[in-house]
Design a protein around this ligand. Structure first.
Ligand SMILES: C[S@@+](CC[C@H](N)C(=O)[O-])C[C@H]1O[C@@H](n2cnc3c(N)ncnc32)[C@H](O)[C@@H]1O
Length: 275
């Protein structure tokens, strides 16, 4: 992986309060506390792995498998988890689409935060997760990139942000996005679509919760440095220039609108493997 690929490999939101709150909420409603073996799928920089570690009551007997396909993310997660020794944490570089090959055991829970919207073949992914879980095992995932993630009152922000970013891109870099290069995260599913999808793959959805959160400017600046988001928002534009335009565009939009945050809906889904 080149240096520039590494720079855009994963999100680094871990220290933003709103982000900790939504991921903690998912772990709460999924009742992650007593499981012995848990997968943190798409672990990124290990922010969610830490939240799981904080909750494990039988920590000494527990093991977290922190899995990400990005070598840079795994490296960062190893550094961030540091010397926390409450539970064993095994870091595995691997693709979620081949999860079963990466695990030698069936686990009690799979936690999949802020990533499912990027996966093109969700049926295959869910089938892999099902195969990795014990019967009755928990699947918990969340996302704000679903149909309904942008509440009405936030739409003005997105319109202005995108207009400014595209203007910056054109003026400062002489570039334009190519809409035909649209990626999977832009084709969004509704909460009901997710329920149907999950249940068709051998799960029973226990609950779907929508939580409205206030995203500060730092949230948009961080996400503007993340490859999957950049490719979905400004398709076909080189990552460095697209990221710079999005970050500057977000700052200018907050200034122009005189706002401190933008509302966003986050969907959390908790399901059990049925058979
Ligand atoms: C937005 S970050 C979320 C990180 C973490 N789960 C969180 O909520 O803070 C998405 C992560 O999923 C990883 N990822 C994306 N597609 C993946 C795949 N097919 N297999 C494994 N990891 C993947 C990315 O490398 C990235 O680290």
């Amino acid at each position: 992986m080149s240096q520039s690929d590494q720079d855009f490999a994963f999100g680094t939101f871990a220290d933003l309060d709103f982000y900790k709150i939504i991921n903690s909420r998912l772990l709460d409603i999924a009742e992650i506390s007593e499981q012995r073996q848990i997968v943190d799928l798409g672990c990124g920089d290990g922010g969610v792995t830490k939240l799981i570690l904080d909750r494990l009551q039988a920590a000494r007997q527990s093991c977290i498998y922190a899995i990400d396909h990005s070598a840079a993310a795994i490296k960062e997660a190893v550094a961030n988890i540091g010397d926390r020794k409450e539970a064993a944490v095994k870091f595995i570089q691997g693709d979620a689409a081949n999860l079963r090959e990466k695990l030698t055991t069936n686990v009690d829970a799979v936690v999949y935060c802020n990533s499912i919207h990027y996966v093109p073949d969700k049926e295959k992914l869910l089938n892999q997760i099902k195969g990795a879980l014990k019967p009755g095992g928990i699947l918990a995932f969340n996302s704000s990139f679903y149909e309904g993630g942008q509440p009405e009152e936030s739409l003005d922000f997105y319109r202005k942000w995108m207009m400014k970013s595209i203007r910056i891109l054109r003026r400062e870099y002489g570039m334009m996005p190519r809409r035909e290069d649209k990626v999977e995260s832009r084709k969004q599913l509704t909460p009901d679509d997710y329920k149907d999808l999950v249940e068709a793959q051998g799960f029973k959805v226990k609950l779907t919760e929508i939580m409205k959160v206030q995203v500060p400017l730092a949230g948009w600046v961080e996400i503007s440095g993340f490859r999957d988001f950049i490719e979905g928002t400004l398709p076909g534009v080189p990552l460095k220039e697209a990221s710079a335009a999005l970050q500057k565009g977000a700052k200018l939009t907050y200034e122009d609108m005189g706002i401190q945050f933008v509302n966003r809906n986050w969907m959390s889904v908790v399901a059990h493997r049925t058979s």
